[in-house]
Design a protein around this ligand. Structure first.
Ligand code: F6P
Length: 323
C-alpha cells in the first residue's frame, strides 16, 4: 500500500545516484513501490514527483551528481512549506521519506518528523564528511581522490617554479578533506578549522622550517566562511616573507563532480539496502551510518551535532611525514 519517496537535498555529492539506485532496487526487491521526488524538498512542496522503476535507475551507479536534482529549499524552512510538503505526501501516498543529504537536509527532516507523523530515514550524502555517528559520508572519498589528483598536478608546476602554493579545498567548517588530502598528496601542511583554537597554524608551519630542505611547498587550506581561506594565508606570507614566490589555487566545485570511487559506490549500495531494512524493522527518524565497517542507526539529533571531531593523530602523521 502506497510508496516510499526518495529525495536528494543540499550540495550534491558523487555517489548520490548509486544511493538512489540502491534504495530503489532494494525497496522493489522487498515488495515496495518507489517514487522519486525532484529538486529536494522544493519538489516535495511543489509536487514534482514520479514513480521510479528498476529501469529508471539503470546505468547510474557510475554517474556523479543526482538524477533527482537537488536544491537548498528556503520554503521547507517555514511551517507553511512543511505543511504543504505533508499534504503532497498524503496526496502521492508516500508513507516513508528517504532523504539523501548533509547536515542541513537532515536538520529539515528532523523538524518535519517532529511536526508530522511521517517516518523519515536519512542517508549521509556530503563531500564534507561532517555528520556525527558515521565514519564516512557518501561522496567524501571521491572528493578526496579528486583533490589528490589536482594537487599532484599542482606539485609539478610548484616544483618547477620553486613556489609555495596555498590550495583551498571545500569542507564548509570541517577539515576532513583538507587534512586527509594533505596526507595523501604529501603536502607540507594543512590548515583546518578544528586546529585553530590557540595556535596560529601558519606560524607553526613556518616555525617548523618549511623551506629548510625543500624548494617548493604545498599547503592545503580549508575554505573559510570568515575569510581565512587560501588567499588570507598567501597574503600574509607575501608580506612577511617577500623572498618567496606564492600562488593560490581554489579548487571549488570541481571537487563535487565526477564518477564515484569504488569506495563510495560500495558505501552507497550498503547504506541504501540498510535503509530499506531499517524501514522494515520499524526504525524512523534515524540516519543510516557506517562505524567500524558495520551499519549503524544514528538518531537525527545526534547526526547533525556540530563540530564532529577529527582524529588529532592525523595532524601528527602529516607533521612527521612533511619534514
Ligand atoms: O556541503 C557541501 C559543500 O560543497 C561545502 O563543502 C561547500 O561549502 C558548499 O557545499 C558550497 O555550496 P554551494 O554549492 O551552494 O556553493
Amino acid at each position: 500500500e502506497g510508496y516510499i519517496g526518495i529525495l536528494t537535498s543540499g550540495g550534491d555529492a558523487s555517489g548520490m545516484n548509486a544511493t538512489i539506485r540502491a534504495i530503489t532496487r532494494s525497496a522493489i526487491c522487498n515488495g515496495y513501490k518507489v517514487k522519486g521526488i525532484y529538486r529536494g524538498y522544493e519538489g516535495l512542496i511543489n509536487d514534482e514527483i514520479r514513480e521510479l522503476t528498476t529501469e529508471d535507475v539503470s546505468n547510474i551507479i557510475q554517474r556523479g551528481g543526482t538524477i533527482l536534482k537537488t536544491a537548498r529549499s528556503k520554503d521547507f524552512e517555514t511551517a507553511e512549506g512543511r505543511e504543504k510538503a505533508y499534504e503532497v505526501m498524503q496526496k502521492e501516498k508516500i508513507h516513508t521519506l528517504f532523504i539523501i543529504g548533509g547536515d542541513g537536509s537532515l536538520t529539515g527532516a528532523r523538524i518535519f518528523a517532529q511536526e508530522y507523523d511521517v517516518p523519515c530515514i536519512g542517508l549521509p550524502g556530503t563531500i564534507d564528511n561532517d555528520l556525527w555517528g558515521t565514519d564516512l559520508t557518501i561522496g567524501y572519498d571521491t572528493a578526496l581522490n579528486t583533490i589528490v589528483e589536482c594537487v599532484d598536478k599542482i606539485r609539478d608546476t610548484a616544483t618547477s617554479h620553486e613556489r609555495i602554493f596555498f590550495v583551498e579545498v571545500m569542507g564548509r567548517d570541517a577539515g576532513f578533506l583538507a587534512q586527509n588530502s594533505a596526507i595523501a598528496s604529501g603536502a607540507e601542511a594543512a590548515i583546518i578549522p578544528e586546529d585553530q583554537t590557540d595556535t596560529d597554524q601558519l606560524e607553526e608551519f613556518i616555525k617548523r622550517g618549511f623551506r629548510k630542505t625543500k624548494n617548493s611547498s604545498i599547503v592545503i587550506v580549508t575554505e573559510s566562511p570568515t575569510g581565512k581561506g587560501a588567499n588570507y594565508y598567501a597574503e600574509r606570507v607575501k608580506k612577511e616573507y617577500p623572498q618567496y614566490d606564492v600562488r593560490v589555487t581554489i579548487l571549488g566545485h570541481l571537487q563535487r563532480g565526477g564518477s564515484p570511487s569504488a569506495g563510495d559506490r560500495i558505501l552507497a549500495s550498503r547504506l541504501g539496502c540498510a535503509a530499506i531494512q531499517a524501514m522494515m524493522e520499524g526504525q524512523r527518524n534515524v540516519m543510516i551510518g557506517i562505524r567500524n565497517d558495520k551499519v549503524v542507526y544514528v538518531p537525527f539529533a545526534e547526526a547533525i551535532k556540530k563540530n564532529k571531531p577529527i582524529d588529532k593523530s592525523l595532524i601528527t602523521v602529516l607533521n612527521e611525514l612533511s619534514i
